[in-house]
Design a protein around this ligand. Sequence first.
Ligand code: ADP
Length: 362
Amino acid sequence: MFFNSKVVALLLAIVVGLITTAFLSLVSETPIQALITGGLISFAATYIFTFITFEFLVFKEISRIYEVLNKIRKKNFSFIEEEEDRQHRNPLKRINSEIFTYAIGRQREIEQLRKVEAFRREFLADVSHELKTPVFAAQGFVHTLLDGAIDDKKVRIKFLKRAAKSLDNLDALIHDLLTLSQIELGETKMHFEHFNIIEMASEVLDLFENKVERKGLYIGFDQEYNHPIFVYADAEKIYRVLTNLISNANKYTDEGEIILSFNVSSGGQVTVSVKDTGIGIPPEDLGRVFERFFRVEKSRAKGKRGGTGLGLAIVKHIMEAHYSKVSVISTFGKGSTFSFKLPLSKEEDLYSADDDEFGSEE
Ligand code: ADP
C-alpha cells in the first residue's frame, strides 16, 4: 500500500467526516443539508490539518532520511556540513540531524578502517616480499656451498661473501623497518638541541668523500661557509636525514657532482639542500618517492643500486616530527634536489646555552 501524507490525510478526513455526520444525525430533526455541510467541513478541516502536519513534520523528514541514506550509499557526503550546523527546534528534524550525523560518522569510520586494512595488507605484502629477497639469496648461496661448492676455495669465498652481503641487506632492512615503526608509534623521543648544521654536514661529507670520489664524482658545498649556522633540532635525526639524502645522491648519480647548500631566510629558517646531477626522477613518480618501498624502477634500483626502499620514508617522518617537510624537485635524466627547512636557533637561546655544546668555530 502506498502511504504518503495525502493518502493518510484523505483516510483520516473520510473517517472524521463520517463520524461527524453520524453524530449530527443522532441529533433529532437535523436537516440533511446541515448533515452534509457538517460532514464536508469536518472532512475538509481534517484533511488540511492532517496533510500539513504529516507533510511538513513527518513525511518530509522521512523522505529526507531516505535521501540522505541514498547519498551515504552513493558515498556522496556533500550534505554533511549543512546538516551539522543546524540547530532545529522541530524535534523530528533534530532526530533526523542526529541520525544523519551518526550515520555519517559510522560511514567515515568504515571508510577509514577499510583504508587502514588495505594499507596493512599492502604493507605486509611489501615487507614479506622485501624480506624474501635477501633471505632467498643467502639461502641459495649456503645450500650451493653445502652441495659441494665448499670444496672449491675460490667459489667458497665468493659465495660466502655474497651470502654475507645478502644478510647485511637483511640487517639494513630490519633496522630501517624498526626505525620507521618506532617513529610512527611515537616511541622515538625527539631530543631538540642547538647545533651547527655546517659542522654536521662537513662530518657527513667526510664520511662519504672517499666513496663518492672513487666513483669519479665531486662532493662539496656550493660556497664556503665561514660562519656557523645554528639550528634547533634533533641532531641525531638530522644526521640521519643528511646521511640518507647524500647516500641516495651518490647511489643515483653516475657522473657529475653532489652539492650541499644552506639558505638562511629572513623568517628564521635555513633551507638545507642536497643537489645531484644523477639519473633524476620522472615527474609522475615525484610524489611517490617518500612512500615506503617505492622505487622508481624496481629492478634497476634494487639490482644495481641496492637500498631498502625505506630511506626517504624515514626522512619524511623525521622531518614531520620537526614540524617541517622534505621536498624534491627533479628533472628526469638530469638530476634531483632534495631540501628541508629547519628553524634557526635564536640568539638569546644560544647565549644562554653552554658554549662548549657548540664545538669550536672557525
Ligand atoms: P632506496 O633504498 O631504494 O634508495 P629511498 O626511500 O631512499 O629507497 O628512495 C626511494 C626511491 O626514490 C629510490 O628507489 C629511487 O628510485 C628514488 N630516489 C631517491 N633519491 C634519488 C635521487 N637522488 N636521484 C634519483 N632517484 C632517487
